[in-house]
Design a protein around this ligand. Sequence first.
Ligand code: FES
Length: 287
Amino acid sequence: MSLQPPKATKTTFLRILEALQFFLHKSIKNLLHYNLNKFLHTENIMERRSFLKVVAASATVVAINPSLIRGTLYADNGMLYRAYERTQLIAANGKPILASKLEKEVNYIFNYPYASTPCLLVDLPKPTATDVELTSETGEKYIWKSGVGKNRTIVAYVAICTHQLTHPTPSDSFISYVPMNGKTMAYDKSGIFVCSSHLSAFDAQAGAKVLGGAATQPLSAVVLEVAADDTIWAVGILGADKFQDYFKAYKPELKQFYNGPAEAKKLVSISAKTVKLTEFSKEIIQY
Ligand code: FES
């Protein structure tokens, strides 16, 4: 005798099975749906958070009023000052560069505010001048506030000579800070920035004011902040910069090193790798 259920019983049994299947399917579907939603939602929140962080960071930078920055190099009235992304100076190993650990009178190089525009950072042996009035080659006056750090000894300038755009390259650097015990033909005292292409001398202590040579205006200054934790941040550029002339004059070189102008002109943000100039340029040429 077969154990087949009677027809009516089979139908009921199948209905129960179908109901069970439907229930399970729905539960699994709901579960999957819930988890997927949760995942996407979390992703969205995270994305939104990062986005907001970026926006907030940019907004802060854009909102910076030079007169509100304390202990920095800036123009009181904002004249010839331009805020860029607030960028932390970091060593090649990714660790922050600390103001108190800088080697005195050593040239450090980093790129700011663009990926291809070199700047020199130096911790000078004595405090800088304060509130130095400078003049651009077109006659605009602006104020370089002072160096930063505990003793106002840390300065940074754009290392693109304002005469004919000489700048450090991986093969050599004709522009650099000449330490106090160094010698230069550009001026009768050292402890200054010199462009050896045509012997222009810039006052390291006073906003890179022109001391002599062919240059007709100061090097533009990088506006710096030293945070409470001793980290160093670049926040803007003061002075009449030569960035556009530089991009134009060195188009082929920038194309070679940066895969095209867009990459070379990309704004630096978050952090800027900072190394000794001797590690960047094979040869430092100083006359
Ligand atoms: S390019 Fe620097 S002095 Fe001429």
